[in-house]
Design a binder for this molecule. Structure first.
Ligand code: GLA
Length: 382
């Protein structure tokens, strides 16, 4: 592998970028259903308007190069059949892992330049990594392997993240990035693969989904996420099921002798029930305000039973709920990242300002807020 020098920066030959097309894939927030995916459970993400784009130019040789406007250092290049090289490190493993996964599955690709750019906040628990993987995956599929269906595309991006990057994540992020559609939340069943588009138009009810990135570092490669997965697997084995999703009665987890495993399992079992409750309300066309208490209950469960929240996340949720939100919760894997709060559209600025003030009082880093609108999944944009 070589790193491009100054003569070979992504910006330097921008006239050449994307001759064969440009694709974009979004980040996500999950309305509800956290740490359920690897337990075979339910989720309900929306795609964000924030995306990562991938501009593709076919090369005459057998080299694959990737660049990112969000990373210094120009191009990272490797022979297309040499992607197992352990010296490929850092951010480049996300896009190159996808290229390698196409190859591993027998899809032949020519040499390509993949120029990435994007505005999904990184390290905010909003799936900037999945957006990179899915932008590359959808571009390579459309250009070189059009027979691949969307389900396999999710699998390619997810396998690249698990096997090549080494993050033992579930299918939530890549599924959201590929399958979400504008104006809908995506109801997903990780066990059967079934999915349903659920109308999600908060503006029609004069509501908004406020996202607050706490700006506290979020890193899934660390051991905590993997430890939660292992604990869930142990709990399932002790309860005599393959996946915790098979348990629907919360009192069944009382049979677990270890209090930690009991708490972890209780979160998963109650979280699956909360997803079904929210989906039922939204599908019935009820006032979306009614899902607020369920969002807050999910936060309490992630904080107390799954123990993946942080002081910053808890503070943001508390302030939002104390100053007018109908419900709020941390999103994503936890240990930092963002919260969502369901608020009146007219109250967005006030509640965001209250959270800013609270963070200042606590001497936390300043948070960043925006309103999330259910947006489109991965697609060609140029
Ligand atoms: C991260 C992982 C997902 C999922 C969430 C928690 O975002 O990448 O697979 O497990 O955490 O719901």
């Amino acid at each position: 592998m070589t790193k491009g020098g100054s003569a070979e920066t992504a910006k330097g030959d921008s006239a050449e970028l994307g001759r064969d097309g440009v694709w974009a894939a979004p980040g996500r927030v999950n309305i509800i259903g956290e740490h359920t995916d690897y337990n075979g459970g339910y989720m309900l993400p929306i795609a964000l308007p924030h995306t990562v784009s991938c501009a593709v130019t076919r090369r005459a040789d057998e080299t694959v190069r990737v660049s990112s406007r969000q990373q210094d250092g120009g191009w990272v290049a490797a022979p297309i059949d040499g992607l197992d090289d352990a010296s490929i490190t850092g951010w480049a493993r996300y896009p190159l892992g996808v290229v390698r996964e196409f190859q591993r599955r027998g899809y032949r690709l020519p040499g390509v330049d993949l120029a990435l750019d994007g505005n999904v906040p990184a390290g905010a628990g909003l799936s900037s990594s999945a957006a990179v993987e899915c932008a590359v995956a959808v571009a390579l599929r459309d250009l070189f392997a059009p027979g691949i269906g969307d389900d396999e595309l999710v699998d390619i991006a997810h396998t690249a993240e698990n096997d090549y990057v080494g993050v033992p994540s579930g299918i939530l992020d890549q599924s959201a990035s590929i399958h979400c559609t504008a104006g809908h939340a995506l109801f997903l069943d990780a066990n059967t693969g079934a999915r349903e588009q659920v109308p999600f138009d908060l503006a029609a009810s004069e509501l908004a989904l406020l996202v607050v990135d706490t700006n506290a570092p979020h890193q899934l490669v660390g051991g905590e996420y993997a430890e939660r997965r292992t604990q869930c697997e142990r709990a399932a084995a002790e309860l005599g099921v393959k996946l915790l999703r098979e348990i629907t009665d919360p009192s069944a987890v009382d049979r677990l002798s270890d209090p930690v495993l009991r708490r972890r399992a209780r979160h998963v079992v109650t979280e699956n029930a909360r997803v079904l409750e929210v989906v039922q309300l939204l599908s019935a066309g009820s006032d979306p305000r009614l899902i607020g208490p369920t969002l807050s209950a999910a936060h309490a469960s992630l904080r107390d039973d799954f123990e993946v929240s942080t002081e910053e996340l808890d503070t943001a949720v508390e302030i939002a709920c104390a100053t007018g939100a109908y419900g709020a919760r941390m999103v994503g894997g936890g240990f930092g990242g963002s919260i969502i709060a369901l608020v009146d559209a007219a109250a967005v600025a006030g509640i965001a300002a209250n959270i800013d003030d609270g963070f200042l009082r606590h001497a936390f880093a300043p948070p960043r807020s925006f309103v999330a609108i259910a947006s489109a999944g991965a697609q060609r944009i140029g």
